[in-house]
Design a binder for this molecule. Structure first.
Ligand code: ZN
Ligand code: ZN
Length: 146
């Protein structure tokens, strides 16, 4: 089994466990959208995922894709990368990693760096907030836009 298929399988298992834990049904929509997200590493927007899954799920609406994505984020099997200047993007990789966001075309690439993964998290409360994790978004220009 290659790494990509393995990743997809592990995400589907996590989805099943997450649905069970939260009392949600493992619907075909949730399954197919999880699969489509796990297949890509380009951090697609909800609209891009809709374009992928509409060929696989007859009659699926854009609204359903948005709703299912929020559910996937809610049960912790996907993460949402919010950018105030652009549409939200989704990531099936929920392990700690960082992103480089192109300021021109909004492309999002992963940054895996052990040094960035071991920054000290401030202990205790900061302004009423207990920090549990972090993710860094770097901005700049991608290879195509440079
Ligand atoms: Zn770019
Ligand atoms: Zn990512």
């Amino acid at each position: 089994m290659n790494e990509k298929i393995q990743f997809k399988e592990s995400k589907l298992q996590a989805l099943e466990a997450g649905c069970r834990k939260n009392g949600f049904a493992m619907t075909v929509q949730r399954r197919v959208i999880m699969e489509a997200l796990a297949e890509r590493t380009d951090h697609p927007t909800a609209d891009q995922l809709y374009d992928t899954v509409k060929g696989r799920l007859r009659g699926i609406s854009r609204t359903t894709v948005y709703r299912v994505l929020e559910t996937l984020v809610g049960i912790g099997v996907a993460q949402k990368i919010s950018n105030p200047e652009a549409k939200a993007r989704f990531d099936a990789d929920t392990e700690r990693h960082h992103h480089a966001v192109c300021s021109r075309c909004q492309r999002v690439s992963d940054i895996h760096d052990p040094q960035l993964n071991s920054l000290p998290i401030p202990a205790g409360e900061i302004g009423g907030f207990t920090i549990t994790d972090y993710s860094i978004n770097f901005s700049g220009l991608c290879a195509d836009c440079r």
